[in-house]
Design a protein around this ligand. Sequence first.
Ligand code: HMG
Length: 392
Amino acid sequence: MTVGIDLIHFATADFYLGLDTFAQEKGTALEKYTQGIGQEKMSIAPPDEDIVTLAAKAADPILAQIDKQAITAVLFATESGIDQSKSAGAFLHGLLGLSHRCRTIELKHACYGGTAALQMANALVHANPKEQILVIASDIAKYDIDSSGEATQGCGAVAMLVKTDPRILAIEPGSGYYTDDVMDFWRPNHRTTALVDGKYSTKVYLNSLKQAWWHFVEQTGRTFEQIDAFCYHIPFSRMTEKAHKTLTKTVGARLSPATFAQQVQPGQQYNRIVGNSYSASLFIGFCSFLDHAPDDLTDHRFGLFSYGSGCVAEFFTGKVQSGYESVLFKQQHQTALSQRQSLSYQDYLRFYYPNIEDPDHTVFAHHNPGPYRLSAIKQAMRQYQNCHKTSP
Ligand code: HMG
């Protein structure tokens, strides 16, 4: 029995801040961003967009193709939680009108949460092949103004349908994982922005990659040469090159520049213009690879490396299924990205500091043009609007 990703679609906010605008504002050379960290744009969520509306937007095209009442679980990964008790998955479940015969939970460990949700879904389907699970990874990356992380913000959500006989990626058994209690990036409960020790975080990321890889090899007996393409967690797209260089050095592989690029470059395209989307970032990179690869990827084995600061990491593999191209959402991804509106730095600040006098009672101005929006908070309860249902 094969289990894995049957459908995958991602969504991001409808606004972005160009790193050119950012560089001009900060008086920094643009090349620091375009070459140094490999970023061009970062998606910025308006105040009436949150992880639930992003997730619903990501899930919509998938649910339009299936019987949504057949979803048996919603596993919602995020580190941008909106409630300390109720899961974001429950808000999403209501907004999407899923069956009550469904389990729903929120999972967290920084950017690793999405992989934890995917592996949990994989195990649940192996235990009961009738399950059809909606895996969500949705995050808004927000750092302090003028901090080192500010240029690496972004947001996005990915939705994946996990079931038997998947049409896109069959997840292979065995993976390598690694946990270490470190303080490279964290966000205490009272903060809306993350704290980060930037340079240290990149070192911990690369060390975790080596550790997870060695464990993967021990567990599966697979070699570097048996993997055709690599997707890494992408906080900024240059990190992919640092990661792949580290892995090739670790295994002693000598790749030509063309092979090196072929193994990772298609996976960097979307993240370069979306920015960091934390738990969703690895999977937006996977969508990017599928949508941009120049050749047919059928039977290609993908190596996927997930890293969550703090830190937890996992390296696992999957095989691309024949006919996958006919079920991709390439056109939808590219149209949505190209239709985003650019923000001035002042507009960005207006979204960054929303005017909320009372966090228990707020009506949000309508900025978000998407199908779902956070319209208000009444008596500390979030009110979502399904714009498909709103009469003109
Ligand atoms: P920084 O101090 O802004 O930048 O920090 P820098 O001075 O180190 O420059 C960055 C690169 O640009 C350097 O290249 C420079 O040489 C180059 P490198 O040495 O890395 O090869 N550069 C230039 N290149 C061309 N022309 C120029 C120029 N100037 C400089 N004129 C840092 C960069 C990534 C640390 C910062 O952006 C940051 O703190 N980001 C947030 C943390 C982060 O993304 N960490 C990544 C690993 S941890 C992770 O991925 C987990 C995470 O997603 C969270 C989670 O798990 O939930 C973050």
